[in-house]
Every structure is written in structure tokens, then in C-alpha cells.
Design a protein around this ligand. Structure first.
Ligand SMILES: [Zn+2]
Length: 254
């Protein structure tokens, strides 16, 4: 018998909630927690990491995530998002998120105005031992900066959202990031909005199943879509178990 329910927990490590504002991001707006929960039920996802959509200041968005997680603690895992350009505000927000709200990780989208991680932030992430999910733009300079960051802070798990496969029509960046992930122990890739399922298969072949995490970028992209893409790759049960939840459980300390 084969079926996704036989694998351990299914964890979607990349979803957003929040009203957002179109001047910050035209892509993720009006993402309600109800839609996330409905999609989880439809796709058979057990737990989802939820993080804010894009804002200039994340104070209200963080509270929104906190409320959603408090209302559904068995289903949702909180991720912070901060604007790194405002160090004092961001570090106070992170401290609150980790110490009081029980959030498990941080999402940073350098391209949409969050800024790029620097020393103070990475040191803080290392102290708390939390994973950092970075939106990965298919751009050589960005990929070089991300791999340098991961190498410099080996204690911080750095997850490359979209594995470099977002909005591009060739697999070159996925191949490059997977090759880096094979060499850099704390570098991971997620499956959110990866254009073709073959690219996920290729990434796993290059860097191994222990470096790839299920992510959807929901609710814009329904989690059933990456789950179907992963199914179409015909991984072994043990490979699939790691990708769907095993790796995430370890990184999130579940
Ligand atoms: Zn995202």
C-alpha cells in the first residue's frame, strides 16, 4: 500500500497570511488563514509554517500570525518576518517572536524591501538556532550572496525558497543551488512555486532528499500542487518522507 498518509507528518514550510498592501507587493495580498486551513484539509497537509505577506513594518502582521497560530496551534507554525533596514525595531520584534510567541523561523524577502541579512541578524538567528527562509531570486549575484551567508553562519539553516526556480523557464539556477546545497551543510531548498516537477527531481538527485523541503508559497499556490509535483517524481518512500516532513520536523525542532 502506498499513500501519503503512510509517511510521517506532512509539513508545508512556506505559506503566507495577511491582508498585505499592494504598494508593497502585488503578488501576495488578501491571504486569509481560513483559506490556508481549507487548502491544508484539501491537500492532506498536517502542519503549515505561516509567515506575513510583504509590509514596510511587520508589527501588525506579526500579531496576525501570532493570533492565527494561537487559534490553531496543532496546525500552524509561526514564522516572523521583519524589515532588516530598521535594526532596532527588527531585533525587538524577533526577540518577542522567539521568546514570547514561540515562532520557529524567519522569512526574509530581500527583493520586496525586507533588506538582506547581515551580521547582527545572522548572529541572532544563530543564538536562537532558528531556520531562515530566504526568497531566492534567480540571479547569480543573489545566489552568490546567499551561499556566502550560509557558509559564514554554519549554525543557521538557510532555506532557499523556490530553489531558484521561480518565474524562470530554464533549470540552470535550480541546478546551481542544488549543487551548492550538496556542498554547504546548512543550505536547503524548498519546493515552493518551482516551475516544473522535473526540476524538483533533479534537485533531489544532485543534493539528496535530506536537503529539500515541501513548501507551497500558499495560499497563492495550493499545497496540492507541489505535493502532486513531488508524487510525479516517483521518489522512494524514505526520500518522500524526508521531503514531505522529516527534514522540516528536524529543522523546526518538532
Ligand atoms: Zn514566500
Amino acid at each position: 500500500m502506498r499513500g501519503k498518509r503512510e509517511t510521517a507528518m506532512i509539513i508545508d514550510t512556506h505559506a503566507h497570511i495577511g491582508l498585505g498592501e499592494r504598494l508593497s507587493d502585488t503578488y501576495q495580498v488578501d491571504q486569509s488563514v481560513e483559506v490556508v486551513l481549507q487548502q491544508m484539509a484539501e491537500a492532506g497537509v498536517d502542519k503549515t509554517c505561516v509567515m506575513p505577506v510583504a509590509y514596510v513594518d511587520y508589527a501588525a502582521a506579526i500579531e496576525e500570525v501570532r493570533e492565527a497560530v494561537a487559534a490553531h496551534p496543532d496546525k500552524l507554525i509561526g514564522y516572523a518576518r521583519v524589515n532588516l533596514n530598521h535594526r532596532e525595531r527588527a531585533s525587538a520584534q524577533l526577540q518577542r517572536c522567539f521568546e514570547m510567541y514561540g515562532f520557529r523561523g524567519v522569512k526574509i524577502h530581500p527583493g520586496s524591501g525586507d533588506g538582506f541579512p547581515t551580521r547582527w541578524f545572522m548572529e541572532m538567528m544563530g543564538e536562537y538556532g532558528r531556520p531562515l527562509l530566504l526568497h531566492t531570486t534567480p540571479d547569480l549575484a543573489v545566489i552568490d550572496a546567499i551561499t556566502h551567508l550560509a557558509r559564514s553562519y554554519p549554525k543557521v539553516p538557510v532555506i532557499c525558497g523556490h530553489m531558484g526556480g521561480f518565474g524562470v523557464f530554464n533549470p540552470g539556477f535550480v541546478k546551481l543551488l542544488a549543487t551548492e546545497a550538496k556542498q554547504i551543510e546548512n543550505l536547503y531548498l524548498d519546493t515552493a512555486f518551482v516551475f516544473l516537477h522535473q526540476w524538483i527531481g533533479m534537485a533531489v538527485e544532485i543534493c539528496g532528499p535530506e536537503k529539500v523541503l515541501l513548501g507551497s508559497d500558499g495560499p497563492v499556490l495550493h499545497p496540492a500542487i507541489p505535493l502532486k509535483q513531488i508524487e510525479l517524481c516517483h521518489f522512494s518512500d524514505s526520500e518522500r518522507g524526508l521531503i514531505l516532513g522529516g527534514n522540516a520536523s528536524k529543522l523546526l525542532g518538532l
